[in-house]
Write a protein that binds this ligand. Structure first.
Ligand code: M7G
Length: 183
């Protein structure tokens, strides 16, 4: 008997095809709801660092699309980890796996239900990992998730990460979005 997870999760893959719009480029790969099926999937697919520039992986709870417009995300935002170019070699895959394990293991305790999913963006200008939460106004929950995230990834106390509201990101395409919270 396999070990069930609390939630069923969906892996999405984004590939930048110029003939399609952003939403059409998001492809649903598969669902899983056991520890064993997570590992078979993880071992079967490319590491994030092996994806082409411009691609994303997203892992979201089943039923939530990895986009701002989804009902589960539209009031939310993300904790964003901006990686330096030289972190693709080592930290990127480590951080991404750690985040996947924190999410499927419901490591955010009572705030796990506010976690919608996570996205890794492979970009020439610097890779990014975002963990998306449902409601930017739930300050305590957002802050707890941020603190836990830093802990999970062993990010030094001296380094801060910021939380950005999707509604702000939406209108700031191409430039830097203000941080609503930091930890
Ligand atoms: P990105 O891929 O998140 O980051 O956003 P990047 O700028 O480092 O590549 C790039 C563009 O993709 C945005 O400016 C939007 O045009 C589009 N895009 C990204 N996201 C997350 C969404 C989304 O949730 N919904 C829609 N409609 N477009 C998005």
């Amino acid at each position: 008997i396999k070990h069930p997870l609390q939630n069923t999760w969906t892996l999405w893959y984004y590939e930048n095809d110029r003939n399609k719009n952003w939403e059409e480029n998001q492809r649903e790969i598969t669902n899983f709801d056991t520890v064993e099926d997570f590992w078979s999937l993880y071992n079967h697919i490319k590491m994030a660092s092996e994806l082409r520039q411009g691609c994303d992986y997203s892992l979201f709870k089943k039923g939530i699309r990895p986009m701002w417009e989804d009902d589960a995300n539209k009031r939310g935002g993300r904790w964003l980890i901006n990686l330096a170019k030289n972190q693709r070699g080592n930290d990127l895959d480590k951080y991404w796996l750690e985040i996947l394990l924190c999410m499927i293991g419901e490591a955010f305790d009572e705030h796990s239900e506010d976690v919608c999913g996570a996205v890794v963006n492979i970009r020439a200008k610097g890779d990014k990992i975002g963990i998306w939460t449902a409601d930017a106004m739930k300050t305590q929950s957002v802050m707890e998730i941020g603190r836990k995230l830093k802990q999970c990834l062993s990010i030094s106390q001296n380094v801060t990460i910021g939380y950005q509201i999707h509604k702000d990101t939406m209108v700031k395409a191409g430039s830097v979005t203000k941080n609503t919270y930091i930890v």
